[in-house]
Design a protein around this ligand. Structure first.
Ligand SMILES: NC(=O)c1ccc[n+]([C@@H]2O[C@H](COP(=O)([O-])OP(=O)(O)OC[C@H]3O[C@@H](n4cnc5c(N)ncnc54)[C@H](O)[C@@H]3O)[C@@H](O)[C@H]2O)c1
Length: 284
């Protein structure tokens, strides 16, 4: 056999290793006033990782830090806007100083400052969505790669969206464009660094009961008109919960996924699998 075809660590693991014991992870957008990032930070810590966090929201960040302290030493927590290169660099420099290494990066934040028809979109809102949802993810990936390359290993997970694979309408154009770009960035980075032992994957959520969606549900217009549309597109019949992403993220971060690279993993209750004529209910 050509030696280059032999997998690393010649004998593959006899049992998949789903735990993250001893791993150092950074979750951006992990503030407790958010949804998925908060759940992922605690979920990775429950799986054994030492989790550092960053967020733009000071109160949410402090709350998540208090909750993470139940799993070990006080976590590294840094207020940062991922769209600002200096703030991203300060997060990673702090991790270098305090933790000495980075094994896992999970990128979660998003900006969606206005929901208007594309012809009415302000250039500043377009720019902000690109800056956070795409450039911010790239800056964090780049900083993580610079730490993971010398170590010869690492796992990066970007949070994408079903809205990056099919169109959501209702003013989602800039958001959808940024998510589609994150999906492609994930594949490009996966290919670029596969030979260096670094894996880059994305989780694609569907509509999730986060604080943001809970707030929308307070408005009758959303509850009566948008929610039924959402539920019709979710064959499982219910909204996702932030906890639904924890298992997939632990898997992608762990050695159990050592050959999983460049994957856009829908965690969406079957949303992207369903065709326009599809339905999870049968006519009476
Ligand atoms: N909630 C959904 O229904 C849904 C559906 C599909 C995809 N997603 C994706 O999942 C991810 C999380 O969504 P969510 O609804 O849990 O979000 P959220 O708004 O509830 O939480 C995001 C967190 O990111 C932080 N944040 C925002 N901008 C930031 C910035 N510039 N720098 C650092 N931190 C920042 C927020 O303070 C918050 O803590 C997003 O990438 C989103 O696009 C969500």
């Amino acid at each position: 056999m050509n030696p280059s075809t032999i997998p690393p660590h010649h004998s593959p693991p006899t049992s998949p290793r789903f735990d993250l014991d001893g791993r150092i992870a950074l979750v951006t957008g992990a503030g407790a006033n958010g949804g998925i990032g908060h759940a992922l930070a605690l979920g990775l810590a429950r799986a054994g990782a030492r989790v550092a966090i960053a967020d733009i929201d000071a109160d949410g960040l402090a709350q998540t830090a208090r909750e993470l302290a139940d799993f070990g030493p006080a976590p590294f927590a840094r207020l940062a806007d991922i769209a600002i290169a200096d703030e991203v660099e300060a997060v990673f420099a702090g991790i270098d100083r305090e933790l000495g290494r980075l094994d896992i990066l999970v990128n979660v934040p998003f900006a969606f400052p206005s929901r208007v028809r594309p012809h009415e979109l302000a250039a500043a809102d377009w720019d902000r969505m690109l800056a956070v949802n795409l450039t911010g993810y790239f800056l964090c990936c780049q900083a993580a790669l610079r730490r993971m390359l010398p170590a010869g290993q690492g796992s990066i997970i970007n949070i994408g969206s079903n809205a990056g694979e099919s169109a959501l309408g209702r003013g989602a154009l800039p958001y959808g464009c940024t998510k589609a770009a994150v999906h492609q960035m994930t594949r490009e980075l996966a290919v670029e660094y596969a030979g260096a032992g670094i894996r880059v994957n994305a989780i694609l959520p569907a509509q999730t009961l986060t604080p943001g969606l809970r707030a929308h549900l307070e408005t009758p217009r959303f509850r009566d008109h948008v929610l039924p549309r959402i539920l019709a597109g979710l064959p499982q019949g219910w909204l996702l919960d932030p906890e639904d992403y924890v298992g997939p993220a632990v898997f992608l971060a762990s050695d159990a996924a050592r050959a999983v690279n460049g994957v856009l993993l829908p965690v969406d209750g079957g949303n992207l699998a369903m065709n326009a004529g599809g339905s999870h209910t049968w006519p009476a």
